[in-house]
Design a protein around this ligand. Structure first.
Ligand code: PEP
Ligand code: CO
Length: 443
């Protein structure tokens, strides 16, 4: 079966919008296909080699960001704050464990969501569900919920300016390790984990000053710049196809909408459109793995997505739920080990632990998140495999969407700052708390 960037079109695709005006969509696809790629194929190859280090047990993947990015209130501060908390987490992980953390954002493209129901009913009115800002809008009105292909262009433009700022921050001094203390935001600094971070930042500062005094490596780019990659769920294949380009160096096809893309738990059917698209691009790719996955399914997924058994190509993102990880993950670890696919195993401790609070807010408890991560590490320890990373939904802001943490967010706090477009995110303190726990597990 020959592959081309549009060969997915002959396969069934789940969780797709019903575009009301197909010629308008095709017009947008044409425009997108002529716009510059957002990332360069060589960068995707570098990320793949970093992920190969993870697959070999020599690095740890930190993949984090919004459940769904928003067009509203888009601006520099939110990007900076998100980057800052991811840098803080990476420093905690690296300094405490001695293992490099590979930083991949759920950012600059994370605009489309599969939903449990295609429609939503309020007061007897049925409308399409909110599918992410790449497709429609959140307010419950017919006009807002109608899929609009111009949103694909807006998603592209917002991704381009987000990436531009991320590149400026990570290469232009903001991410310099000499500024490690300045990443601690005020509302974090006063908390238990904020003070713990401050102590660690002091130690890093002392080590850097020592190196400087000893005349070692003060001009090393690893100190002054950070490597940061982008990723999203590739749900809307018209967008992904339009940004898929042939690399002039190798002749291979890369989806240049992001360095890494993943396929969701709900769209990873072996004979479906998403897997058909994924198999032909050379980016590093991820695949979500839920609690009903069987050992045979996972080996078939590995064969489809990683036929060449290439370390760094495939990241399996386990999202079992805190209560199921201990029983459901081990047979999958064994099956993949047996199959010989050198995958990265990452833990998404968010999507299996979501429930509705009494107030009606969709939430998650930090204790469940930590419990799932602990179970994930334990399963790997038993299997003799490497617990390679975490995949989390977070924000740098002081929101109250997830419960728990040292400055405990309780049920009655949820309404105070509940701002997510989709699933509840850890706030900066809870994220840092999680990083310290993971660092302990890594040690
Ligand atoms: C997500 O990562 O936001 C998501 C929808 O996950 P999953 O496919 O695992 O349900
Ligand atoms: Co989510």
């Amino acid at each position: 079966m020959t592959w081309n960037p549009g060969s997915w079109r002959s396969r069934p695709a789940k969780h797709q919008p019903e575009w009301p005006d197909v010629p308008a969509l095709e017009q947008v696809e044409k425009q997108l296909s002529m716009l510059p790629p957002l990332v360069f194929a060589g960068e995707a190859r570098t990320l793949k080699s970093r992920l190969a280090d993870v697959a070999n047990g020599e690095a740890f993947l930190l993949q984090a960001g919004d459940c769904a990015e928003s067009f509203d209130g888009f601006g520099a501060d939110a990007i900076r704050d998100k980057l800052r908390v991811i840098l803080q987490m990476a420093v905690v992980l690296t300094y405490s464990s001695g293992v490099p953390a590979i930083k991949v954002g759920r950012i600059a493209g994370q605009f489309a969501k599969p939903r449990s129901s295609a429609t939503e009913t309020q007061d007897g009115t049925e409308l399409p569900s909110f599918l992410g800002h790449m497709i429609n809008d959140l307010p419950f009105s017919e006009g807002d919920r109608l899929p609009d292909p111009d949103r694909l262009l807006r998603a592209y433009n917002q991704s381009a300016s987000t990436l531009n700022l991320l590149r400026a921050f990570t290469k232009g001094g903001f991410a310099d390790l000499n500024r490690v203390q300045a990443w601690n935001q005020e509302f974090v600094a006063s908390s238990t984990e904020g003070r713990r971070y401050q102590d660690l930042a002091h130690e890093i500062d002392r080590a850097l000053r020592f190196m400087e005094a000893a005349g070692v490596s003060s001009s090393n780019p690893e100190i002054h710049e950070a490597e940061f990659y982008t990723s999203h769920e590739a749900l809307i294949l018209q967008y992904e196809e339009a940004l898929t380009r042939q690399d002039s160096l190798t002749g291979d096809w890369y989806d240049c909408s992001a360095h890494m893309i993943w396929v969701g738990e709900r769209t990873r059917q072996l004979d479906g459109a998403h897997l058909e698209f994924f198999r032909g691009i050379k980016n590093p790719v991820g695949c979500k793995i839920g609690p009903t996955t069987q050992p045979d399914d996972i080996v078939a997924l590995c064969d489809a997505l990683d036929p060449d058994r290439e370390a760094g190509r495939l990241t399996l993102i386990s999202r079992m739920g805190a209560d199921k990880v201990g029983t459901n993950l081990p047979p999958l670890l064994e099956a993949v080990k047996e199959s010989g696919h050198p995958v990265v195993w990452a833990c998404d401790p968010m999507h299996g632990n979501t429930y509705s609070a009494d107030s009606g807010h969709k939430t998650r408890h930090l204790d469940d998140v930590i419990k799932e991560v602990s179970g994930f590490f334990l399963a790997h320890q038993d299997a003799g495999t490497w617990a390679g990373g975490i995949h989390v939904e977070l924000t740098g802001e002081d929101v109250t969407e997830c419960l728990g943490g040292s400055a405990s967010v309780n049920d009655e706090d949820l309404g105070r700052r509940y701002e997510t477009m989709c699933d509840p995110r850890l706030n900066a303190r809870q994220s840092l708390d999680l990083a310290f726990r993971v660092a302990e597990l890594l040690r």
